[in-house]
Write a protein that binds this ligand. Structure first.
Ligand SMILES: *[C@@H]1O[C@H](CO)[C@@H](O)[C@H](O)[C@H]1NC(C)=O
Ligand SMILES: *[C@@H]1O[C@H](CO)[C@@H](O)[C@H](O)[C@H]1NC(C)=O
Ligand SMILES: *[C@@H]1O[C@H](CO)[C@@H](O)[C@H](O)[C@H]1NC(C)=O
Ligand SMILES: *[C@@H]1O[C@H](CO)[C@@H](O)[C@H](O)[C@H]1NC(C)=O
Ligand SMILES: *[C@@H]1O[C@H](CO)[C@@H](O)[C@H](O)[C@H]1NC(C)=O
Length: 431
């Protein structure tokens, strides 16, 4: 964050005075005052003096052990500390078979949209439901629906982003809904907003469709299949006004930016006759969105009472050649995961991951980063593939060649995205 312009010249001239050793009592008092204010408002002023005043909680995540907290200070919602916090990166681990999975049955959760109900659409295997994520060096706490709902009493949790975040939202609803009686819960969609309400808890878990977070020409929650995508600069308020008052926020954005190496940004308004459009490298467009998101969080959320998460890129498996398969193949008919620990698919852009890392590292906004890209990239077996409701009837050519219409982006539920929520659960309650 930029320092307020008025204070930086004075601080640099004071520093110059200090160096020359001409420190008058007046300047000393001024410096002491600035120091006091700096400690009080560490976030806004720390950049003036450099990083030695990082008393404010930094964002946590890049390595999970980097959660610097003042002694005795508790993050909102925390109930305990991770047993082996130091040195245990929850996102580095392996998948282990677990007979007690899945955590719920597809048929028991009525909220899964037909694009994700793989069994109902004829998927013959179920192994993909049985894997549990085992971090190296520690274990994930068991997901506790009662704890989740008790913590959401009189509160709102919201997922904002694209259809992958919608999948994580539905997974969260499926993980908790069993403890709520039928007449005390509802799920209603109105435009961009879908709200799951648990009446007795006065709690909601919500999803808001904003695939770029900023205003775009793909914002219609139903009709948004637009190939010539356009995002308006500095427009997060357009959607952000619907996010105010949320207690637990989970953002994502990635896939919709991936149309090529460049991306079109609208500088004026969508209503303008002559549109002022610039094309920038996709990473720069993405960086702009990330910064807007952080600025929105900083201005609109009380971070002493709320928590904010950002879920990293969800990998897709559209090219078998990535994992040594045949040239035509994709996730279709894949029932086992990738064993190569270093596997990284060509669809997950490393440059975008670097942008995320840089933007978060430079910011003092305490966002918790859910780095699910690597652990999900092993899971070529977990996509919906052809086992989902189709938008339009399949042609004979498609039916003859199922891989031509396999969905290698979205994930079956129950399945991989339940793990994303177990990680969210761990970071929320045992940071
Ligand atoms: C789940 O959380 C609730 C509320 O905090 C607690 O009472 C209960 O013991 C927990 N259940 C398990 C199995 O840990
Ligand atoms: C219900 O929750 C909302 C926040 O989502 C809060 O503003 C309101 O006060 C709560 N109502 C009651 C009766 O506690
Ligand atoms: C849907 O949302 C719009 C505005 O966001 C509101 O005016 C309308 O009343 C809502 N409809 C229902 C059925 O809640
Ligand atoms: C699916 O994979 C199996 C081997 O894993 C293979 O025997 C079978 O022919 C494949 N089916 C199709 C339709 O590609
Ligand atoms: C996320 O995890 C991957 C793989 O472990 C790593 O390469 C990447 O740098 C991480 N991203 C960030 C922003 O820390």
């Amino acid at each position: 964050m930029k320092p307020p312009p008025s204070s930086s010249p004075s601080s640099s001239s004071s520093a110059a005075l200090l160096r020359k050793g001409r420190l008058s009592p007046y300047i000393f008092t001024l410096l002491a005052f600035i120091l006091f204010v700096t400690i009080l408002y560490g976030e806004d002023f720390s950049c003036i003096f450099g990083s030695q005043f990082d008393t404010y909680r930094p964002y946590q995540s890049l390595s999970s052990s980097s959660i610097a907290k003042k002694k005795g200070e508790k993050l909102p919602f925390a109930v305990g500390e991770a047993a082996e916090r130091d040195g245990c990166d929850l996102f580095s681990g392996r998948w282990v078979w677990d007979d007690d999975r899945p955590l719920y049955e597809e048929s028991e959760c009525p909220y899964i949209q037909p694009q994700l109900t793989c069994q109902e659409h004829g998927r013959p295997d179920t192994d993909y439901q049985h894997w549990r994520w085992q971090p190296h060096g520690c274990s994930l706490p068991s997901f506790n629906a009662t704890l989740m709902m008790e913590s959401l009493r009189d509160k709102r949790m919201m997922f904002v982003g694209d259809s992958l975040n919608r999948g994580q939202f539905v997974s969260m609803v499926c993980l908790v809904h069993k403890i709520i009686p039928d007449q005390a819960k509802s799920m209603i969609t109105n435009g961009s907003l879908t709200v799951f309400r648990a009446k007795d808890y006065n709690a909601t878990i919500e999803f808001y469709w904003a695939p770029f977070l900023l205003e775009s020409n793909s914002d219609d929650a139903i009709v948004h299949r637009i190939s010539d995508r356009l995002v308006r600069k500095g427009s997060i308020i357009k959607h952000g006004k619907h996010w105010k008052g949320v207690d637990i926020m989970v953002f994502n954005t990635y896939l919709w930016w991936m149309t090529g190496l460049k991306f079109k940004i609208l500088q004026g308004r969508f209503e303008d006759e002559d549109k002022d459009i610039v094309e920038v490298p996709t990473e720069e467009a993405y960086r702009m969105a990330m910064k807007s998101m952080l600025r929105w969080v900083k201005r609109n959320m009380d971070l002493s009472k709320t928590r904010v998460f950002f879920t990293s890129m969800s990998p897709s498996h559209a090219k078998s050649v990535d994992w040594g398969g045949d040239a035509e193949g994709n996730c279709y008919n894949e029932t086992s995961m990738i064993q190569d620990k270093n596997y990284w698919g060509s669809d997950s852009r490393k440059n975008v991951m670097s942008v995320i890392g840089e933007v978060f590292r430079k910011s003092k906004v305490p966002i918790t980063f859910l780095n699910i890209t690597q652990l999900s990239s092993y899971r070529k077996d977990a996509h919906t593939s052809i086992y989902k409701k189709q938008w339009s009837p399949l042609t004979p050519e498609q039916l003859a060649n199922p891989r031509s219409y396999a969905d290698c982006v979205h994930w079956c539920l129950p399945g991989l995205q339940d793990t994303w929520n177990e990680l969210l659960f761990a970071k929320l309650f045992y940071p």
